[in-house]
Design a protein around this ligand. Sequence first.
Ligand SMILES: *Cc1c(COP(=O)(O)O)cnc(C)c1O
Length: 348
Amino acid sequence: MHKTVDLRSDTVTQPTPAMRDAMLAAPLGDDVFGGDPSVNALQEKIAGLLGFEAALYVPTGTQSNLCAILAHCQRGDEYIVGQQAHCYRWEGGGAAVFGSVQPQPLNHQPDGTLALDEIDAAIKPDDAHFARTRLLALENTLGGKLLPFDYLRQATQLAKNRGLARHLDGARLFNAAVAQALQTGSDAFTEARRIAGCFDSVSVCFSKGLGAPVGSALCGSREFIARAHRIRKMAGGGMRQAGMLAAAASHALDHHVVRLAQDHALAQRLADGLAGIPGLQVEAPQTNIVFVDLTGAARNQSAALLQHLAAHGVQATGLYRLRFVTHLDVDAAGVDNAVAVIRQFFNS
Ligand SMILES: *Cc1c(COP(=O)(O)O)cnc(C)c1O
């Protein structure tokens, strides 16, 4: 019954034995000289999969977004972005700190989108009073929510019509693609490519649901990636025999995309298991993240609940809401244990 399970994040996964084998077997070179065959192969693979000319392997999603914003924008420019977007709220303000690029945050609609009329109204006229609006940055999935594809098309077309570049923080792009494929009856790679096709640049994390230990890729035109490459070097992201890490990411693209559907099913299993517990309000998961709010008498019990969970082998976070994330190292027994432990807390 006491099966430990770590639901804090999909970043906590251990590389599988097959992934470790791929890492050990990777041919290596010095990537700062452009000479690491495994890095080059990964960059070509992800660019090809998503329909871009080029890609850049970077150590983190944070650095990927930073390189993207700084490659799209100059000092004194601004980017329109959601209040909860990772590249605004959760990256230490890096674009402003390192690039003097100002964010223009907008509130999210309940479905995670930014209202089209609010995007339109936030684009500044060409006037010396204002920062130059240069970029629209969206995120998909956002807090586990799949942004509707028609919305993506409309928002990115609006941005294009107004002369803005379009960047997607697709840390969990493949979770979005797998969920979207269920709606369209198509496959995840086709859907990932359709989503990416709305944008000038896309950042993808390998270290989240895909289960690699490290790394992200930034994709775009050859000319855009050349600018991002210079910024990556400035940011200290030029790694040498990085092919050992890139090989893990390549392995993940080959073996861990379609299986994301299992993570989504386990998130649903968790949500179903928690349904009906008084004091818990469970947001229906669309992908691999379950948000839970404590209500009524339970409102202030989140610290006590997290402690109870930890004492019974279940790890979760409650930075602003209780959050449970499923991933490669979570199975049905772990989810069922989490449900049992949470039920026990509310029954005692
Ligand atoms: C995790 C995450 C990032 C950043 O990834 P790190 O590799 O942790 O820097 C960026 N965007 C989103 C949406 C993320 O979830």
